[in-house]
Design a protein around this ligand. Structure first.
Ligand SMILES: C[S@@+](CC[C@H](N)C(=O)[O-])C[C@H]1O[C@@H](n2cnc3c(N)ncnc32)[C@H](O)[C@@H]1O
Length: 201
């Protein structure tokens, strides 16, 4: 097997096992909240503790962070919380087709400050499309960053997006300091609402 074939097989296997994990954890569930790039899980653990009516899933690329996050969940006996090692796009693709999100948190995502790296940012139009498809009408997207440039970038993408309503009326729903937040002098937050489909269309 060539190294390219081996690489493709690894991707395939990773996606299949994520699909299985998602099926087991999410099939038939409602009130799902997803945090993308959850790091050590500080935010979502505290959030899940105070929102027992919701089912919270945090994902991150780094295994050690997911392990530490799941330790927090175990210590607190939280059965409405789960952390998975997964990438943001792959996670949305792997969830059972009927699953819809009630809330999405993206808190201090990697800002990729250099212009030539902007295409690596998570908040791309294509990703906002995918998120909108996976979010219930009226569901919320919460975004927080320390980068004024990334904040403005996301504001512009949301203003232009037909499925998201960027609203100043929505407050950040839950106050707790994340690991990265404590390192930052200042930060910017926004909330957007998934637009309800017009039944006449
Ligand atoms: C700057 S840290 C912020 C962590 C946490 N939200 C906090 O505030 O402490 C960004 C995190 O996003 C994760 N990450 C980056 N790109 C990702 C992606 N495409 N999918 C999932 N996680 C990602 C990184 O591994 C990292 O843990």
């Amino acid at each position: 097997m060539s190294s390219r074939e081996k690489h493709l097989e690894e991707i395939h296997n990773r996606r299949c096992s994520l699909e299985e994990e998602c099926e087991e954890a999410l099939a038939g569930k409602s009130g799902i909240v997803l945090e993308i790039g959850c790091g050590h899980g500080h935010f979502l653990t505290a959030y899940a503790q105070t929102h027992p009516e919701q089912f919270c899933v945090g994902i991150d690329l780094i295994s050690r962070r997911i392990r530490l996050a799941n330790d927090k969940r175990t210590k607190r006996y939280l059965n409405n919380l789960l952390f998975l090692k997964a990438e943001g796009v792959e996670m949305l693709d792997a969830m059972p087709s009927a699953v819809r999100l009630e809330g999405v948190f993206v808190i201090f995502p990697d800002p990729w400050p250099k212009k030539r790296h902007h295409r690596r940012r998570l908040m791309q139009v294509e990703y906002l499309n995918k998120l909108a498809h996976r979010t219930v009408a009226g569901g919320k997207l919460y975004f927080r960053t320390d980068s004024p440039d990334y904040f403005q970038w996301t504001v512009e993408k949301l203003i232009q997006h037909p499925d998201w309503d960027l609203t100043e009326e929505l407050n950040w729903p839950f106050a707790t300091t994340t690991y990265f937040q404590q390192l930052m002098e200042s930060f910017y937050s926004l909330a957007a609402c998934k637009i309800t489909a017009d039944p006449s269309m």
